[in-house]
Ligand binder design. Structure first.
Ligand code: SF4
Ligand code: SF4
Length: 476
């Protein structure tokens, strides 16, 4: 993997007359060279097309879909509820969300050890939006050569129209992106109306503008700079690579020595390899690198260079795959192993985490019952001569629908709940319910007894929660 500090070229034999013993300066900052990416077609671009447009479609659609009256994905911060694919998570489920993030991280590590940066090339939001913005740019300004010519051309009406159209289209996509993002936190159907009527929360305006600007700048202007200089994953993903990781690579054994030739010429007679040095793989690269220089941290694994080179190989009647997904071991003539200790390690950690989360989710009870004893009095006698204890029951409905619960109590002979037993609780509501329990003092064998409160849903018979508490009476 190469990483160079670009330096200003220094004349190794400076002219003595011009030297004057002035200190030499080395420029550590290289200004950005705009990359004009050439559009290419091929198998991997078709895969990316479906993956990137599919992900984009999901992003724009999911906030509009509702399941059982609840949004498919909605982060309701004021109510402290997260709705994810029909399951509602509350603050007490935070460990489940953390577990899901850990699964996502281990999933990424696992895939990276096997196939390198497929996440970056096919699914990363930066790649998705840059791909869409570049697609729009190509439709409005034309091919790579036309775009280069347009940028160099003096100001004209045509240039103004094309540039205005492009930036308007970019801003429209960016605004839709910002609105949709905020729509995952603010009911999307109300958001647009509230924004237009200037009735929305001030933060809603702020975040819509923020995400619109971030999308426009990241996907329209910064593009590969985000991958090269801002993305932390680009920096540490190489530690997950080994000689068996399948990445986009140029085969120097087949390609070198490179050189131009006519299609009719015999490469063997010319003493050349398969690379015709056409530079197409560099022209299509969104990060502007030459894959023939070997594995580089700038490579996002988009496989555009594979499709470009395959098209050249087809034209030359050479076999495809001069640039292909392969491993370092295979390039050196050895065989590669799919499963290695590190893939087993990541795979095992991933499997364990998925198992733990699935078990927790499937055994998760959608109700909670907390019992607090009344601290005012240990006990008292009521008008019927019974010993009474008072409690506050905290009933939480953690399901996606309203529930009616029945509360009962057991653990002592003649133990009776004399307060309200049935209660309706809205989804996500935490309700405080005063409870009074009485016992015939003749039946009490001890002054301090364990009793059990039971919460049974009348809406869903499978939901039952039990919580123990104490019942205190007089000493013998
Ligand atoms: S070298 Fe460039 S075109 Fe090829 S996979 Fe890497 S980023 Fe994509
Ligand atoms: S596209 Fe293929 S043939 Fe052309 S320069 Fe790149 S590696 Fe060589």
């Amino acid at each position: 993997m190469s990483s160079q500090i670009p330096v200003k070229q220094i004349d190794p034999n400076p002219d003595a007359a011009n030297n004057n013993n002035k200190p030499e300066t080395v420029e550590l900052y290289a200004s950005r060279k705009k990359i004009y990416v050439k559009e290419v077609k091929g198998l991997f671009q078709r895969l990316r097309f479906f993956s990137l447009w599919g992900l984009m479609g999901m992003y724009f659609l999911f906030c509009w879909i509702t399941v059982n009256g609840q949004p498919l994905i909605h982060f309701d911060l004021p109510a402290r509820e997260f709705h994810l694919f029909g399951v509602t998570f509350f603050p007490q489920d935070f460990f489940l969300l953390s577990g899901m993030l850990i699964i996502a991280a281990f999933g990424l590590f696992f895939i990276t050890t096997l196939f390198g940066r497929v996440w970056c090339g096919y699914t990363c939001p930066q790649t998705v939006w840059t791909f869409i913005f570049m697609w729009v740019e190509e439709r409005i300004e034309g091919s790579r050569n036309k775009r280069m010519k347009l940028d160099k051309a003096p100001h004209s009406a045509e240039k103004l129209v094309k540039k205005s159209l492009k930036h308007t289209a970019w801003l429209t996509i960016a605004l839709a992106t910002g609105l949709t993002f905020v729509g995952y936190f603010y009911p999307i159907r109300e958001l647009a109306i509230d924004l237009i009527a200037f009735d929305a929360n001030g933060w809603a305006y702020f975040w819509v503008i923020f995400f619109t600007a971030a999308t426009y700048l990241n996907a329209g202007w910064m593009r590969e700079q985000v991958c090269l200089y801002m993305c932390p994953y680009a920096r540490f993903q190489s530690v997950m690579f080994d000689a068996d990781t399948r990445v986009v690579s140029y085969d120097p054994n087949r390609g070198e020595p490179r050189g131009g030739r006519k299609k009719s010429a015999s490469k063997d007679d010319l003493g050349l390899g398969d690379c015709i040095d056409c530079g197409l793989c560099v022209q299509v690269c969104p990060t502007g690198i030459d894959i023939r220089d070997g594995l580089q941290y700038e490579c996002i694994g988009c496989a555009l260079c594979i499709d470009a080179c395959d098209s050249v190989m087809d034209k030359m009647d050479y076999p495809r795959g001069l640039i292909r997904y392969t491993t370092e071991n295979e390039l050196e003539g050895m065989t590669s192993k799919l499963m290695r200790p590190r893939t087993f390690g990541y795979g095992a950690a991933l499997g364990l985490m998925i198992g733990a989360i699935v078990f927790t989710l499937t055994t998760r009870v959608s109700a909670e019952l907390d019992v607090l004893r009344d601290r005012g009095a240990l006990f008292n006698y009521n008008g019927r001569g019974m010993v009474e204890n008072s409690y506050t029951l905290k009933v939480s409905n953690l399901s996606e629908i309203p529930q009616t619960y029945r509360v009962s109590v057991s653990g002592l002979e003649t133990l009776t709940l004399t307060s309200r037993t049935d209660v309706s609780v809205a989804s996500g509501e935490h309700l405080s319910l005063p409870a009074v329990v009485e016992v015939d003092p003749e039946k009490m064998t001890d002054s301090n007894n364990t009793i059990t409160f039971r919460l049974q849903s009348l809406t869903d018979a499978t939901v039952t929660v039990e919580t123990e508490s104490r019942f205190v009476g007089p000493r013998d």
